[in-house]
Design a protein around this ligand. Structure first.
Ligand SMILES: NC(=O)c1ccc[n+]([C@@H]2O[C@H](COP(=O)([O-])OP(=O)(O)OC[C@H]3O[C@@H](n4cnc5c(N)ncnc54)[C@H](OP(=O)(O)O)[C@@H]3O)[C@@H](O)[C@H]2O)c1
Length: 360
C-alpha cells in the first residue's frame, strides 16, 4: 500500500493525542502536520500539550518537536503537507462545519470525529464493519463542493459503538424491531480525566447533553441507504436511550434490550456474533480487530476495565445474553470510547478509504 501524509487537526486534545499515539508506527500513514487553536500555534507539540498529555504511553518522539499550526489561519500551509487530515476539535458547531468544508475545498479529505456534519445528507457516517458501501455518496458530495479529491467523512458518536455492532449482523435474518439502551460512559468521552473532573469521583451524573438523541438517531443514518445523491435514514429499529456519565477513565458500557420481527434462539444469536466479519476483516486492514464481536460466558463479564483494551481497543465485548420478560432479549456490551469510539475508529475508516482509493 502507498504511504500517505496525514495531519491531525485538534492534535492537542484528548482525541488528537490518541491519534498521535495510534499513528506513531502506522504502516500506511505518517503524521506530517499538527494543528490546533491559536493558543497552541507556533509552539512545539510538547510545549502546546504540556501537562495535558493524558495517554498511558509517552508522546511520540517523532512528533514532540513538530510546530503546531493554526487549524484555521494555516490551512493553505497545511494543504501541501498532507494527503488528508483527521479532525477532532472543540469549537462551535457552525465553526466546525465551515472549517471542515474549507479543508475539503482545499482538496484535503477530512476524516472527522466531530458531530457538526453528521446530519449533512451527502456526508457519509462510516462504520467500516457496517456500512462501507456508503463511500458511494462521496462522488455526490464532491460534485456539491466542486472538488476533485476533497470531501468530508464523519464518525458516529462513541455511545453507540458497542450496541450498533451487536445488532447489525442480526438485522437481515431476524429484523430488529426496537431496542432500549442505557449507557454507562467514561469521562474521557468528555475530554476529561479524574483530575479535571473531580465531581465524578464517587458519583454518577445522569445527563450528557445531546447524547441520548445521538444514541437514538445516529444508528438510523448508519443503516440508511444511498439514494439520489443523499443518505436516506433507515426507519427501524426504533431506539430509546438513557446515557449516564460514570466514574470510569475509558470505556463505554451499554445495557441493551431488543425485540425482533422473528425471534432467534440464543444459540442463533451467539453463532451470528461469533461468525460476523466485515470488510475490514476481509481486507485485513491494519487496525481491524481479528475478532470483531467477542462473547464472554462469565456472568460478571464484560467489564469495562478488563475488556476495553481487547484487540488494541478495537474489538467489541458482549455478554449476559438472556431472554427478557418485556423485550425478546437483553445483553451487555462494552467498547473503548476514545479508540474504537473515536480515534481508532477514524483510523480504521481512513484505512478503508485509502484501500478504496479515495486519497489517491
Ligand atoms: N473524547 C471522545 O471520546 C470523543 C469521541 C468522539 C468524538 N469526540 C469529538 O472530538 C472533538 C474533540 O474532542 P476532545 O475530547 O478531544 O476535546 P478536547 O480534549 O477539549 O480538545 C479540543 C481540541 O480542539 C482544539 N481547539 C479548540 N478551539 C479551537 C479553535 N478555535 N481552533 C482550532 N482548534 C481548536 C484544541 O486546541 P488547543 O489545545 O489549542 O486549545 C484541542 O486540540 C469534539 O468535537 C468531540 O465531540 C470526542
Amino acid at each position: 500500500m502507498k504511504q500517505f501524509n496525514v495531519g491531525i487537526v485538534g492534535a492537542t486534545g484528548m482525541v488528537g493525542q490518541r491519534f498521535a499515539v495510534l499513528l506513531e508506527n502506522h504502516p500506511w500513514f505518517k503524521v506530517t502536520a499538527l494543528a490546533a487553536s491559536p493558543r497552541s500555534a507556533g509552539k512545539t507539540y510538547a510545549e502546546a500539550v504540556g501537562s495535558r498529555w493524558a495517554m498511558g504511553s509517552p508522546m511520540p518522539e517523532s512528533m514532540k518537536n513538530l510546530i503546531v499550526l493554526d487549524a484555521t489561519a494555516d490551512i493553505k500551509k497545511i494543504a501541501p503537507l498532507v494527503d488528508f487530515v483527521f479532525c477532532a476539535v472543540d469549537m462551535k458547531k457552525n465553526e466546525i462545519r465551515d472549517l471542515e468544508e474549507r479543508y475539503a475545498k482545499e482538496e484535503i479529505p477530512v476524516v472527522s470525529n466531530n458531530s457538526a456534519h453528521r446530519n449533512t445528507p451527502d456526508v457519509p457516517m462510516l462504520f467500516p464493519e457496517i456500512n462501507p458501501e456508503h463511500t458511494e455518496i462521496i462522488k455526490h458530495q464532491r460534485e456539491r463542493l466542486g472538488t476533485k479529491r476533497g470531501f468530508i467523512s464523519v464518525k458516529s458518536n462513541c455511545s453507540l459503538q458497542s450496541y450498533v455492532p451487536a445488532l447489525h449482523p442480526l438485522m437481515e435474518d431476524f429484523g430488529v424491531e426496537k431496542s432500549l439502551v442505557c449507557t454507562y460512559q467514561a469521562i474521557s468521552g468528555a475530554g476529561k480525566t479524574f483530575e479535571t473532573m473531580p465531581e465524578i469521583v464517587d458519583n454518577i451524573i445522569p445527563f450528557i447533553g445531546g447524547e441520548e438523541e445521538k444514541s437514538e438517531q445516529e444508528p438510523l443514518k448508519i443503516w440508511g441507504k444511498v439514494e439520489n445523491g443523499v443518505i436516506v435514514n433507515a426507519q427501524k429499529p426504533s431506539f430509546t436511550a438513557q446515557c449516564y456519565r460514570v466514574p470510569v477513565a475509558d470505556g463505554h458500557m451499554a445495557a441493551v434490550w431488543v425485540s425482533f420481527n422473528k425471534k432467534p434462539s440464543k444459540e442463533e444469536i451467539l453463532k451470528v456474533w461469533r461468525e460476523y466479519k466485515g470488510v475490514p476483516q476481509e481486507l485485513n486492514l491494519p487496525s481491524a480487530p481479528k475478532q470483531f464481536l467477542n462473547y464472554f460466558e462469565e456472568d460478571n463479564r464484560p467489564q469495562t476495565k478488563l475488556e476495553r483494551d481487547l484487540e488494541k481497543g478495537m474489538a467489541v465485548s458482549l455478554g449476559r445474553l438472556r431472554e427478557d420478560s418485556q423485550y425478546d432479549y437483553k445483553f451487555v456490551c462494552v467498547s473503548h470510547n476514545t479508540i474504537r469510539g473515536a480515534a481508532g475508529g477514524a483510523v480504521l475508516t481512513a484505512e478503508l478509504l485509502a484501500a478504496k482509493g479515495f486519497f489517491d
